[in-house]
Design a protein around this ligand. Sequence first.
Ligand code: PLP
Length: 416
Amino acid sequence: MLWYPYTQMKHVNRVPKMVAGNGVMMELEDGRKLIDGISSWWSVIHGYNHPALNSALAEQAGKFAHVMLGGLTHQPALHLAEALVRITPAGLNHVFFSDSGSIGVEVALKTAIQYWKNLGYEGKTRMVSLKNGYHGDTFKAMEVSDDSDFSRAFADVLHRGYVLEIPGGGFDATAEMVEPAIDALEQLLTSNSPGIAAFIVEPIVQCAGGFHIYSSLYLKAARELCDRYNVLLIFDEVATGFGRTGKLFAAEHAGVTPDIMVVGKALTAGYMGHAATLSTDAVYNSFLGADYEKALMHGPTFMANALACTVALKSIELFEQEDYLSKIKQVNAIIEQEFSTINSPLIADKRSIGAIGVLEFNDAAMLDGFKAFAMDEGVWLRPIGKMLYLMPPYIIKPDELIRIINVMRKWIIRST
Ligand SMILES: Cc1ncc(COP(=O)(O)O)c(C=O)c1O
């Protein structure tokens, strides 16, 4: 029997079965057609069954689907590495592939710890992260994620690092508003930096941990402080990357380059699992030397899978050719406009950035039954806790987007 994620299997009876996908539409076995409002966990940015992605994949499959990267290389991997270096913040020149966002984060954390070891520092191994952060479900990724339902069962074996509050005031916070969080970071680094390897954040938007949006001023300050106190800065752009916050990468809001950056999810447009961990020259160079032990000891079987690299390359090409950043701007304008007309005592906060829209309810119980309701209305949305959010494919048309938001509206009216 199939075991589902984040699911109490005792309560599972009939899980809806998808039989076809086209554009933003998912077709279920029972004939229902749903607009995907969350891009299959934020990955399917061009929609389902995209002809250009399909044919790129078919062409590569006709040559070879996969070859081990240990001791061999291939054109899709080389080209994708080049493309990622070109489109990510300047200075991230070295690309390590892996098979999922969580593993990409593991690679980032291992890289950071080994960087200091390779440079001769002992004991510079602890991590700093932000409250409400989510970086994946593997062990080290859980250690830098907030204590939550996702990791509670393992609390006894997790070696957590330092956890800081995120700055208040949202994206447009003033300098005064973000100052307390910056001061807290500086205080922590002043006292503890000799034992700290890296500070890891989801830049600008913490997604799975509750869609908290914060100011780029904090990231700028974090960059300066990490440099001053000899700590690496890691941006986890697994969720925010590839346009989700309105810039190609969220780092661009702050105009800073992290030492290490992780991308995943939309990297392969939802076609298959893959991630990339990018590093600067300084980080990469610390792994060079006569000593084999200095090398990065990681190598997933499916790293740089040729189909994954091919679909990622085509996805980046589509993104650039079809000016997706403008599409995302339009998506945001519609979310803002529609959200401005939703006012209810049930809603504690409304926020949006790029192609993300969030209605925060006062209580998670207010969303009990929402998923089934939305399906009956022809929409696929899956709240996280008290957050009813949408992160649609970027190809979504205005009327489809409005339909999704109207389903949210209808639920609120019904529940009031
Ligand atoms: C910011 C962030 N990092 C890492 C991950 C883990 O990615 P994956 O589910 O591909 O392992 C996620 C998944 O939601 C994420 O949102």
